[in-house]
Structures are given as C-alpha cells and as structure tokens.
Write a protein that binds this ligand. Structure first.
Ligand SMILES: [Zn+2]
Length: 555
C-alpha cells in the first residue's frame, strides 16, 4: 500500500530535529526489550541488502555509463552522515551515523558466500513507531516540495506492481494473456472482499468548462420535440448552476469557481447548495484547457480571476464595459499579452505535469501556437521542463554521452534540448527554426555520424529476435492468413513488380488476426535486415505494431 499524507501548513516539520524525532535511518539502540524487538524487524526488513557485496543480479544494479561499472541505483550503501540535512529539492538526507553498530550477512546472487557487514549506511528510512506497531517493512519518507510530491503522487497511482513474464512455447494467445496476468494473494483477497482500492480525502470535484450553449445534453432516441426542449432548458452544468446561484444569492459572490466546492455542494437537478455539515468539504478543479482551444481557454482564464460571476455576459464585462469575446475581456483585465498566456499555462502546468508532458506541450506550442520568444520560455521553464531528467541520468537509465566531462553542471538541460530536438525532428523542424540553443553533448547513440537518423532507427532491430518472432507467428497462421502471407511476400520479392508498388487490402472483422499477420510479415522482412515502415491512421492502431507511427507523423 502507498499512502501520501498532506499536513496542514502549520503542522509541517521540515527541520532536522523534527525529522529525527519521527524518522530514523539507523539501526536502533537495543537496550530495552522494545528496542530489541524493533532491531529484529529492522535487520530483517528495513535494510537494503539486495546488492550487498556487489551482487550484479540485483535489480537495483545499473551502469551510469556503458563504460562504467554497475552500481546501486538506490545509492546504497550511503555515506555516513552525522546530521540530517534538509535539501531544497524536498528530499531530506537522513542522519546515518558511524555508530559502530553492525551485523553480518551473506551476499546473494553473484555475491553469494561473501560475508558483508551491514551498518547504518544500509538502513532504509523508517518510522520506529510504525515499524514497531505493524512489525513489517514500512518505508517512511518526507517530501517537502511540490517537485517531490508531483512524482510521488503519480507513483502512488501507478498500477499495481507488474512484471513482464514470458511463457515459453505457448502458442495460445488467450492462454498466454491469462497466464501473464498474475494477481497476488493479498490483492486477490482485497478485491474479493470488495475493499476500496484507493481513497482520497477531501474529494476532488471536477468542474465543467464550456462555452455558452455548448454543454453536453443527453436524450433518449426518439424523444419528441417538447421533451427535447425541456431537456435543453434543464441542461444545467456545474458552471451554469454556479452562475445561477450567484445571480440569485449574495453569499457566494466572494468566491472563485474553483473555490466554490469548498463551501457549497453540487446536487444534480438542484444545483449548488450551501454546505451545512461541519467539516465536509471538497476541492474544485476545472478541466484544463490549452491556448489552442481559443475562447474556451479565455473563458477558463477569466474564471480563475473573476469572483462571483452571474452569467457568461457578466464574465465578459470588465469595468462596466461588456466585451464581445472572452479574449477581449481577458486583454482588458491584463491577462493576455505577448507570451503571457503561455507563461500562465506553463506556470500552472509546472505544478502538476511531469517534465515529459511539459516538453510535449512546449513542442505543440512551438508548432501550432504563437510563442513570441521561445528562448525566454525555455529559460524560464527549463527546470520544470527537465525535472524528470536528473533522475534518469543519475540512475543510469540514460547513459552520459562519451564527450561528457565528469562533474559537468546542468547536463539535464542539455539532454532536455536534445529530446526537444528529437521531437521537433518528427515534424521536420529544428531547434534553429525557433532560435533555441543546440545541445552541446552528443546524445545520439549512433556511431555513424551523418547517417540519416530515420534509417538508423529502422536498422536497430535485433535480427535474431525478429527471426524467432517470425517463426513463432508463422507456425500458427491459419489457412487464410497463410494465403495472404504468401501473396504479399511474393509481391515484395518478385522482381516483376520492381518500379511498381502493389497495394493489398486485408479485410476482416475485428479479432480475426489482421494485425497478427502484419506483425508476422514485418518480422520476416526485418529479420532479413530490410526496412519496414508501419503506419496506421490512428495512434492507437499504430501502437499495436512494432515501430508503428501514425501516417501523418511518419510520411
Ligand atoms: Zn542496491
């Protein structure tokens, strides 16, 4: 179970002393009986020993660079540390003193038979109270900044742990899926008893955003005109009801749309009503809108600053002047100018979106938006744009390029620029087109400099693996698939077709194995070192094919 607890502002405890009172990363003193019991649990479940003694088989062992030896990506054993240090990035360094306390274990995997002395440097942060109470592995950590929370929050909502399992020589696709989906004992029981899988307090309420008259209206098939009219007239949303409440009542006019659910609750058919129950509250969140959405974006922008609006018209009225569009109202309020909207978008996005999504948004802004000064946006937001990269670099997921100098600063920004460059390349654009700086380091893993990166990318397939894949799939093709298989391949290899490009259209209902045949053909040709470009009309369809792209992005 993962649990993230938010504390009230005045209950925060980001000082070293406070942290030490609640969290320990040391072997406990074993003077009292309680201490001895805690010691047993800590030695058994709160020390990082997988890689102790240099066990190369441990999952945490990774090479930061191909030419460098493997080391523990969780950074164990740590350095001894006399005092807990509160860091700016929100992850404190916990006190791990050289107390002389230790015990010996025998290494595992490649370090089998090697005795390793385990001291404070191996201890995973824990709360003595919680571990003592539940007698189990309970890792407790503090996140003291929005940066840390963002990632922990996402981590918490990741699916339950999954591992890729390969069931050998299993030709039955359905059986393979069933065997591959493994549910552990605890999860199975949890679900059988229909316990809650997650809980969130206070609840978050989604607030709808729509332009006048554009809310969704649901009606059954064959409804008569009168019925339809009634439905249209009663198509209230959280937004229209918010306007209605404010035009009929005075008490809610000091609140913004997003603040409204704190004080009022929304009841379908009745609209917003003042909360009566003490202590019950909800957090309001508007659906996000990007500047490409035009007026919807401007409407949302107004709702973030105008308190107590009574109608769409009212929202467009600034200093007694009613403007014809939400955009004009935004400009009158000084909300839009130059890259102001982009700065606002990225500022807001930085608080909840990961570096990866922000980079994507940046690309979209560059390609389709009207960013006046991309370099200023980059300089202002490069930290959130790259906030996932220091971790990737430090953990060795991404090896440092050969021309990197040890201890080089701000490498993540260089890598960020490289990633942005790669994404732009897909649209035939370069960093130069937007006057953005070029990466200094050679991040491309290619040895042959100057060769077309698209061709290189297509030649990266493991030929042997492709051949095996092909054999596996070929063995189970049915008669019809086989017939198509031979016809299509013949057209590829037959010299009579040279200079012409025959087309084939494979027709059949869903689930009859069309994609399976495509994959089989691709593997056959790729195993021979040939280039196969897989394109589909939709992104989802493209994802089903190895190396698949949408047609418009590829061609
Ligand atoms: Zn390790």
């Amino acid at each position: 179970m993962h649990l993230l607890v938010f504390l009230e502002t005045d209950a925060t405890f980001l000082t070293a002393d406070n942290i030490d009172r609640l969290i320990s990363a040391e072997l406990p003193e074993e003077v009292t009986e309680q201490g001895q019991q805690l010691g047993i649990i800590i030695r058994g479940s709160m020390v990082h020993t997988q890689c102790a003694g240099g066990n190369k088989n441990a999952l945490c062992m990774k090479s930061p660079r191909p030419d460098q030896p493997q080391r523990c990506s969780k950074k164990y054993p740590r350095e001894f540390l006399e005092e807990t240090i509160v860091q700016a990035n929100g992850y404190p360094l916990y006190r791990q003193r050289d107390s002389g306390k230790s015990f010996t274990i025998i290494g595992r995997g490649t370090a089998a038979d090697i005795p390793v002395t385990i001291d404070n440097r191996y201890v995973v942060p824990y709360s003595p109270y919680l571990t003592g109470r539940y007698r189990a592995h309970v890792n407790v950590e503090i996140c003291g900044s929005i940066q840390a929370i963002k990632y922990i929050y996402k981590y918490k909502y990741k699916e339950n742990n999954q591992s890729a399992v390969q069931v050998l020589s299993e030709k039955d696709e359905v059986k393979r899926y069933l065997n591959g989906r493994y549910i552990g004992l605890t999860e199975a029981i949890w679900r059988l008893f229909e316990y809650k899988v997650h809980e969130e307090v206070p609840s978050v309420m989604h607030l709808s955003i729509h332009l006048p008259g554009e809310q969704a209206v649901y009606f059954p098939e064959g409804i008569d005109i009168q019925g339809l009219q009634d439905r249209l007239q009663n198509a209230h949303t959280t937004l229209t009801s918010f306007f209605d409440y404010n035009s009929n009542n005075l008490d809610g006019r000091q609140y913004l749309y997003q603040q409204f659910p704190c004080h009022y609750q929304f009841i379908t058919k009745k609209g917003w009503q003042k909360r009566v129950a003490q202590g019950r509250t909800a957090i309001g969140r508007m659906y996000s809108a990007s500047p490409f959405m035009g007026e919807k974006y401007n409407l949302r922008l107004l709702l973030t600053v105008v308190c107590g609006p009574q109608s769409f018209h009212h929202l467009r009225t600034v200093y007694e002047t009613r403007y014809s569009t939400f955009k004009r109202a935004c400009i009158a309020l000084g909300l839009l100018e130059n890259d102001g909207e982009w700065v606002a978008t990225f500022t807001e996005g930085s608080t909840f979106a990961s570096g990866y999504s922000l980079r994507q948004l940046f690309i979209t802004a560059l390609l389709y938006g009207t960013v006046v000064s991309p370099i200023d946006i980059w300089e202002q937001f490069k930290i959130p744009f790259c906030d996932d990269l220091p971790h990737r670099l430090a953990s060795g997921t991404v090896p440092l390029p050969p021309n990197a100098i040890d201890g080089m600063r701000d490498v993540q920004f260089d890598y960020g620029l490289y990633l942005i460059q790669q994404m732009l390349q897909e649209f035939n654009k370069t960093l130069n087109d937007y006057s953005l700086p070029l990466p200094v380091l050679n991040w491309s893993t290619s040895q042959a400099v100057g060769q077309n990166s698209l061709i290189q990318e297509e030649q990266l397939y493991d030929l042997e693996k492709q051949a095996l894949n092909h054999q596996d799939m070929f063995d189970v093709l049915n008669t019809e698939q086989l017939e198509c298989y031979h016809k299509i391949l013949q057209a590829v290899v037959d010299r009579r077709y040279e200079g012409r490009s025959p087309s084939f259209f494979l027709h059949g209902p869903a689930g009859t194995g069309k994609t399976f045949l495509y994959k089989c053909l691709c593997s056959f040709l790729r195993a021979k070192g040939q280039i196969v470009l897989c394109v589909a009309s939709s992104g989802i369809a493209a994802q089903l094919l190895l190396g698949g792209r949408t047609a418009h992005s590829r061609l």
